[in-house]
Design a protein around this ligand. Structure first.
Ligand SMILES: NC(=O)c1ccc[n+]([C@@H]2O[C@H](COP(=O)([O-])OP(=O)(O)OC[C@H]3O[C@@H](n4cnc5c(N)ncnc54)[C@H](O)[C@@H]3O)[C@@H](O)[C@H]2O)c1
Length: 295
C-alpha cells in the first residue's frame, strides 16, 4: 500500500508503537513529522527513517498544550506543504490505586493523553478545513479505557475520554470528509513492560526472541504488528471508515462496540425510592459485568 504525497504527524513516535507507526508510514512513501517529549529519541527515529530511504523531520515537545499541537501542524506544513494524517499516540502511564495516586501523576496522564489528543486533533482539524479535501484523525485508545483496570484511574479515564472524542469528532467532521477512528493496540513495549506479567517477555523480545505463539494469539505481538492498521487507516482505501475503534495486535483484529443501554423499562409517573427498591430485583439480571474478561 502506497501513501506517496501524504503528510503525517505521529505524536510520541520516538519509540515504541509510535516509532513503528512513523517508520511504516515513511516506508509506504508518506512524509512524517516525528514528535516526542524526548528529543534524542525523536532524532534517532528520524535518522532511522532517513537511513531506510524515508522522509521525516523531528519536532520535539510535550503534547498537551496548544502551542505544541500548533507547532506540529505548522512544521508539517512548513516542511512538506500540507497535512493529511494526525495520529495522537503520545502519552504517559502512571498506574496506582486510587488512595495512592497523586495529583501530579493524574495530571501528567490526563494532560498527555486527553489534552494532547484534544489539542492535536483540534489543530489538525483546523488545518484540514483550511486546506480542503478531508483528512485522517487516528486516535489511540486502550483496553484499559474499556474495562476497569486495577490501579488505572488516570489512564482508564483518559483512554475512555479519547474514545469519546472519536464519537464526537466523527460526527462533527463528517461533512469535511475527515475520518476519525481509534486504534486500541496491544504490543510488547516499554509501557507494556511495566505490567508485571509482561516484564520478562518484553525483555526477551527486545533481546531478539520471537513472541510466543500463545501471546500472539491473545493479541500481543510486536509494535510492527500494529503499524499496518495505521497505514491502512491513513490510505485512500479507508476513506469510508469512520467512528470506529479497532483492537489490533499480534494475530488478532477486533471491532469494539459502542456503549448502549442494555435494559429499558418505564413506569407511569416515575419512581419513588421505595418503589425502586421494590422493582430492583427485576432489574439486577440485566447488570453487566464490570470486570475485565477472565476476572
Ligand atoms: N503497548 C501497549 O500494549 C499499549 C496498549 C494500549 C494502548 N497503548 C497506547 O499506545 C500509545 C503508545 O504506547 P507505547 O506502548 O508505545 O508506549 P511507550 O512508552 O513505549 O512510548 C510512548 C512514547 O511517547 C512519548 N511521550 C510520553 N509523553 C509524551 C508527551 N506528553 N508528548 C510527547 N511524547 C510523549 C514517550 O517519550 C515515548 O517515546 C500510548 O497512547 C499508549 O497508551 C499501548
Amino acid at each position: 500500500m502506497r501513501l506517496d504525497d501524504k503528510v503525517a504527524v505521529v505524536t510520541g513516535s520516538g519509540r515504541g508503537l509510535g516509532r513503528a507507526y512513523a517508520e511504516a508510514l515513511a516506508a509506504a512513501g508518506a512524509s512524517v513529522v516525528v514528535n516526542d517529549i524526548d528529543a534524542d529519541a525523536a532524532h534517532e527515529a528520524v535518522a532511522a527513517i532517513a537511513a531506510a530511504g524515508g522522509r521525516a523531520v523531528a519536532e520535539a515537545g510535550a503534547v498537551g498544550d496548544a502551542a505544541t499541537a500548533d507547532a506540529l501542524v505548522g512544521r508539517a506544513v512548513a516542511e512538506f506543504g500540507r497535512l493529511d494524517v494526525m495520529c495522537t499516540n503520545a502519552g504517559a502511564l502512571r498506574d496506582r490505586t486510587l488512595g495512592k495516586v497523586t495529583d501530579e501523576e493524574f495530571d501528567l496522564v490526563v494532560d498527555s493523553h486527553v489534552r494532547g489528543t484534544f489539542t492535536c486533533g483540534r489543530a489538525a482539524a483546523r488545518r484540514f478545513r483550511e486546506q480542503g479535501g478531508g483528512g485522517r484523525l487516528i486516535l489511540v485508545g486502550s483496553p484499559a479505557g474499556q474495562y476497569g483496570g486495577f490501579g488505572q484511574t488516570a489512564y482508564a479515564a483518559s483512554k475512555a475520554a479519547v474514545i469519546a472524542m472519536v464519537r464526537v469528532w466523527s460526527v462533527e467532521l463528517a461533512k469535511q470528509d475527515v475520518t476519525v477512528n481509534a486504534i486500541v493496540p496491544t504490543a510488547l513495549t516499554r509501557m507494556a513492560a511495566t505490567i508485571p506479567s509482561l516484564t520478562e517477555v518484553v525483555a526477551a523480545v527486545e533481546g531478539g526472541a520471537p513472541v510466543p505463539a500463545e501471546l500472539r494469539h491473545r493479541g500481543i505481538g510486536t509494535v510492527r504488528d500494529v503499524a499496518p492498521l495505521l497505514v491502512f487507516l491513513s490510505s485512500d482505501e479507508a476513506s469510508g471508515v469512520t467512528g470506529q475503534y479497532f483492537g489490533f495486535g499480534g494475530d488478532r483484529f477486533s471491532i469494539w462496540g459502542h456503549p448502549k443501554e442494555t435494559f429499558v423499562t418505564r413506569r407511569e409517573g416515575g419512581w419513588t425510592a421505595d418503589q425502586l427498591s421494590a422493582d430492583f430485583a427485576e432489574f439486577t439480571p440485566h447488570f453487566q459485568s464490570h470486570l475485565p474478561p477472565g476476572r
